[in-house]
Write a protein that binds this ligand. Structure first.
Ligand SMILES: C[S@@+](CC[C@H](N)C(=O)[O-])C[C@H]1O[C@@H](n2cnc3c(N)ncnc32)[C@H](O)[C@@H]1O
Length: 279
């Protein structure tokens, strides 16, 4: 490892071994022995399941500052796209991963395929209602209580989840995230932040699948001719304010290339930290 390969991570006082991260990401992408669901069972979006998971492993470490001894909660874990590459990183003795999701088929696959080989990875189905993913769910997202104690995790993942959540549920989720995080613990969330460039498609290169329109005075932008919860964009500033109200401070906002600008990732990334408690 060269000195130049060491980069400052968002976790204070910690250096990242860039050669190792690059190797980890490449091997998570190319390792055909890692569990992978049948493509017909993948309901979490198109694209290469293994390559996207591997890419995010790199983002969690480089941008989110995730460590090998992390205690991770993956909210809306789907069918293990983020969990599979994390099995190659989290320390089996001290690292721990929990995933929750309303879709039974995804959780069932993860429990049968990932947990037996990696017992520090656990998955739970929560019957949370969602118009598209779980229309008959019994738990309202507006009354969500995550089944974990206070200050239990130091890293929470929400990838492509708030992109499907109604605005009334956002603050509820963020408040729960704050509760289960230790002080200083981080949330890594992806979103579509509709800023001026994205709203007006200023450079004409916005992802054509995300031609968001705003309806009324709501902070939400929807894609015409699609069910509203198929993809939600939020007015710039909405998520920042919700984080503040929930007791989380924004540590990083990195805009993605879906709006047609240059970036190393598609969706927008937000990293937030649980603030210390007021005494
Ligand atoms: C686009 S998928 C992303 C899955 C996973 N995070 C990934 O990146 O592979 C959206 C996920 O959010 C889950 N979901 C939908 N409504 C939810 C809710 N109210 N709370 C938590 N998860 C939810 C869906 O079941 C689905 O697995």
């Amino acid at each position: 490892m060269t000195q130049a390969a060491l980069q400052q991570s968002p976790a204070p006082g910690r250096l990242i071994d860039e050669d190792r991260v690059r190797w980890l990401v490449e091997s998570a992408k190319d390792n055909r022995f890692l569990p992978q669901p049948e493509s017909t069972n993948v309901f979490v979006g198109d694209g290469d399941f293994r390559a996207i998971g591997a890419e995010f492993l790199g983002h969690f470490i480089r941008i989110g500052g995730l460590r090998e001894d992390g205690r991770v909660l993956d909210i809306g874990c789907g069918i293990g796209r983020m969990a599979v590459p994390l099995t190659q990183y989290l320390d089996p003795q001290v690292g721990r991963y929990d995933g929750i999701d309303p879709v039974e088929g995804g959780i069932d696959w993860c429990q049968r395929t990932i947990t037996p080989a990696y017992p520090n990875f656990a998955f739970q189905r929560l019957d949370i209602a969602h118009e598209l993913y779980n229309p008959n769910g019994k738990i309202s997202g507006k009354a969500l209580a995550l089944p974990f104690p206070d200050r239990h995790f130091n890293f929470v993942i929400m990838t492509s989840v708030v992109t499907h959540l109604p605005p009334a549920e956002i603050l509820v989720y963020l408040t729960e995230v704050r509760r289960i995080l230790v002080p200083g613990g981080r949330l890594f969330m992806t979103a579509f932040v509709v800023d001026r460039i994205a709203a007006a498609n200023e450079n004409g290169r916005r992802d054509p699948r995300l031609a968001f329109r705003r309806y009324g005075e709501s902070p939400c932008w929807f894609v015409p001719n699609q069910p509203p919860l198929a993809a939600i964009g939020f007015e710039d500033g909405f998520l920042d304010k919700a984080l503040g109200r929930a007791g989380l401070s924004l540590a990083l906002k990195s805009l993605g290339h879906w709006r047609g600008t240059k970036a190393g990732h598609h969706q927008d990334f937000i990293v937030a930290k649980r603030r210390g408690d007021v005494r």
